[in-house]
Design a protein around this ligand. Structure first.
Ligand SMILES: Nc1ncnc2c1ncn2[C@@H]1O[C@H](COP(=O)(O)OP(=O)(O)O)[C@@H](O)[C@H]1O
Ligand SMILES: [Mg+2]
Length: 285
């Protein structure tokens, strides 16, 4: 597999009244084409900041440094900001934690989706509507022709997140970054959205970075895992190795927080975990 995104020694500092605060401290990170990389760690460990640095979406108070940052063979550190926006806008898409906050309440969801198709894909009105309907179908929104005319507040949180996913995949990105995409949703809807993301990733052959604080989500989705703690990488492993033989005490602590491990005397393997998940899902529905 070829490297899609490769970053060496990424650091992000914020200028604060009490000096420089280092939110990300020298992280190496790479994602291959068609790979699902999970970045896991508790709240505040610098997961979002690291990805916002990749997207170029951090505020001016942030200082980003890296030894190298390449996307699909392009050197992102030396390219012009115009070129970077072109590449990021088209080939890398990001889904944020709060679907309601990410959509504009003043416009219909159809307009917001079609706007992306107009700007980035240069499609005419008729082609935009056809593609919007097709995208809504892909993300499992029923009666898409009608739903395109809805405003965000007329849709549930789960439906809004599906709209966000439709917008994210609209330009056929090579890399999708999903930043805690299910945290704001009900438990039953969380599973549906995760399944949808994994299915779309496979169907479209995208690389996917799944940011989460939840080891259950890691087990459901990832090929490879980076465990992040206070801005540093504690551990990196393929998902089976991480669950079967976690090296870092922090990883072990994250794993022991899983409901299945509440007694703390045994770490379940991914296979065990999946079995439990499947049994639980069966019990609920
Ligand atoms: N704009 C900012 N200015 C100052 N500190 C920030 C800013 N954005 C994030 N941080 C800090 O950086 C750290 C990492 O944040 P974040 O990446 O959002 O964590 P995570 O996504 O892992 O929960 C936190 O301590 C947070 O308070
Ligand atoms: Mg975050």
């Amino acid at each position: 597999m070829s490297k899609l995104l490769e970053i060496k020694n990424l650091s992000v500092g914020f200028d604060t009244s009490s000096g420089m605060f280092m939110a990300v401290q020298g992280i190496d990170l790479s994602v291959e084409a068609r790979e699902v990389l999970a970045i896991v760690g508790e709240s505040g460990s610098g997961k979002s900041v690291a990805m916002l640095a990749v997207m170029g979406l951090l505020p001016k108070s942030a200082t980003v440094t890296a030894d190298s940052m390449t996307f699909d063979g392009h050197d992102m550190l030396t390219m012009t900001s115009k070129r970077r926006r072109e590449i990021i806008g088209r080939d890398v898409a990001m889904i944020f934690q709060e679907p309601m906050a990410s959509l504009n309440p003043c416009f219909t969801v159809g307009f917001q989706l079609e706007e992306v198709l107009r700007v980035h894909m240069k499609l005419d009105k008729k082609a935009r509507r056809a593609r919007a309907i097709e995208l809504f179908k892909q993300v499992g929104i029923p009666t898409p022709e009608e739903r395109l005319n809805s405003y965000p507040h007329q849709m549930s949180g789960g439906q809004c997140q599906r709209v966000m996913i439709a917008i994210a995949i609209a330009c056929n990105p090579k890399l999708l970054i999903a930043d805690e995409p299910t945290t704001a949703l009900d438990v039953t809807i969380q599973k549906q959205i995760l399944d949808l993301l994994v299915r779309l990733q496979a169907e479209h052959g995208m690389g996917l970075i799944m940011i989460t604080h939840d080891m259950g989500v890691v087990a459901e989705t990832a090929d490879r895992v980076i465990v992040q703690y206070k801005g540093t990488k504690m551990e990196e492993a393929d998902v089976l190795t991480l669950f079967e033989a976690p090296k870092s005490p922090y990883t072990r602590a994250l794993l022991s927080a899983l409901p299945e491990n509440a007694t703390g005397d045994r770490l379940s393997t991914v296979a065990d975990f999946m079995k439990n998940e499947a049994a639980n899902a069966g019990a609920v529905s």
